[in-house]
Ligand binder design. Structure first.
Ligand SMILES: NC(=O)c1ccc[n+]([C@@H]2O[C@H](COP(=O)([O-])OP(=O)(O)OC[C@H]3O[C@@H](n4cnc5c(N)ncnc54)[C@H](O)[C@@H]3O)[C@@H](O)[C@H]2O)c1
Length: 432
């Protein structure tokens, strides 16, 4: 099939590359000229393991194209995926849909032949109705079907998630669109995943409900970690014991810093905003958002406590700053408020992240990127294990730091507290 991905970010690029790998011809469009130029040279603008190899292979086979020419790409395609960003609006919690609607306005002028228009972007329930309204003339001429097909891939594991999804959700009442999309997804759903057709609004809601539920699970275990610390119980045992119950499951039940990333913070807020518009009180999700915001402060206070409130000129090393491993995405990473706060308090921050230096810290005096673990840890007063990249899992801290007194704050509970104590290290975990 011939597909057009509008928006070549984490979602559009990964989906486009993977769709081409299963034999489709894919036109990836972005308004960012530099991104497209770089992609045409085979350079991947994001950190996503395995993506470059598949991209180069399909680009070479001439079934994967990168362009800024929306009209040409849409005209050549049967299915149009809208994959643009839906960030939080500046002065409210609502999702900013200007990129989505601007694409719809453009499509209105381009489409002359039947196409399926899909929102892969995460959009609030009833957005599909509004897109259809923009395209009403085309709809009346039966030239379009507007479908919701939310994306569930996780950064860092995006290729695996795309090829082996737990489910493919299609929201449409069009039999024609359903039939075409089933055959598009057949090579994927043949494996293990389920193809679930529902209403367009239903599909839109499933995406938000899923993200809000996962955010709730994280906040739940994070709050229990606070209680575990006070009662001298190991939260890892609680997660494990709970997770053995198949109704609960052990995933997303690991205590750590506040959840971050490009999805959970914005989607929980947008869901509350949508509910408010429909005069519904989502009190649980409101509490989750609140709890997560508080957690950012709580963990910073703990850092102050570890350093006996003497922060000035203390050398603090962050190992990992991204919101999770195997991605370069810094959106809503909990390291940002932490580093900003500690920097203001006069700490000297060093950080090392395998995905490279971050623009978020470039203009901060006394916040420096180091090229490896050893240069970042050398003579540090406190090491904060912020992101669980593999290379942080087996470190010999004494050899790295080469200093008598230093502390380790393991926000991911990667190390055993008893072993650390045996080695006479001043070690703090989360909820243990
Ligand atoms: N990142 C994730 O892990 C993830 C997972 C599931 C769903 N989503 C959802 O998918 C959507 C996209 O997320 P993302 O992380 O890929 O965003 P992103 O910011 O990485 O990429 C969006 C891209 O769209 C481009 N764009 C914006 N307007 C355009 C236009 N009119 N024409 C062409 N290109 C345009 C931008 O230049 C950018 O490259 C969001 O709604 C997000 O919530 C993201």
């Amino acid at each position: 099939m011939k597909l057009c991905m509008i928006g070549t970010g984490y979602v559009g690029l990964v989906s486009g590359v993977c769709f081409s790998d299963i034999g489709n011809t894919v036109y990836c469009v972005d308004k960012d000229k530099r991104k497209i130029e770089s992609l045409n040279k085979g350079n991947v603008p994001i950190y996503e393991p395995g993506l470059e190899e598949i991209l180069k292979r399909n680009h070479k086979k001439k079934r994967l194209f990168f362009t800024t020419d929306l009209k040409d790409a849409v005209t050549k395609s049967d299915i149009i995926f809208i994959c643009v960003g839906t960030p939080t609006n500046k002065n409210s919690n609502s999702a900013n849909l200007k990129f989505v609607y601007s694409v719809a306005e453009n499509l209105k002028r381009i489409i002359k032949k039947y196409k399926i228009i899909i929102t892969k972007s995460t959009v609030p329930v009833t957005t599909g109705d509004k897109i259809e309204k923009i395209l009403i003339k085309l709809k009346k001429k039966k030239l379009i079907d507007v479908v919701s097909n939310p994306e569930f891939l996780r950064e860092g594991e995006a290729i695996r998630d795309f090829i082996y999804p737990d489910r493919v959700i299609i929201g449409t009442d069009s039999k024609k669109a359903d039939k075409i999309l089933k055959s598009l997804y057949m090579p994927i759903i043949k494996k293990t995943s389920r193809y679930f057709k529902t209403s367009r609004r239903g599909a839109e809601m499933i995406k938000y409900a899923s993200n809000a539920f996962l955010a709730t699970k994280i906040s739940f275990i994070n709050e229990l970690a606070n209680l575990s610390e006070k009662t001298k119980v190991d939260i890892k045992d609680i997660s494990f014991g709970m997770g053995l119950d198949q109704r609960i499951g052990d995933r997303f039940l690991r205590a750590g810093p506040a959840y971050g990333g490009s999805c959970f913070p914005k989607d929980t807020k947008a869901l509350i905003d949508t509910a408010n518009k429909f005069k519904t009180n989502l009190s649980i999700i409101k509490t989750v958002v609140n709890s997560n915001n508080k957690r950012k402060i709580l963990l910073t206070k703990k850092i102050e406590k570890i350093l006996n409130k003497r922060l000035k000129n203390k050398i603090i090393t962050f190992l990992g700053v991204t919101f999770k491993p195997n991605t370069d995405d810094m959106r809503e990473a909990s390291s940002i408020p932490m580093i900003n706060y500690l920097n203001k308090k006069g700490c000297k921050i060093r950080y090392y992240d395998p995905s490279g230096e971050k623009k978020e810290f470039k203009n901060l005096k006394n916040v420096n990127f180091c090229r490896n673990v050893s240069s970042s840890c050398f003579k540090s007063d406190l090491i904060i294990l912020h992101t669980e990249w593999n290379e942080f899992k087996l470190l010999n801290f004494k050899k790295l730091v080469k200093k008598r007194n230093f502390s380790i704050y393991d926000l991911r509970n990667l190390y055993s507290p008893s072993k650390m104590r045996k080695n006479k290290l001043n070690y703090f975990g989360v909820g243990r």
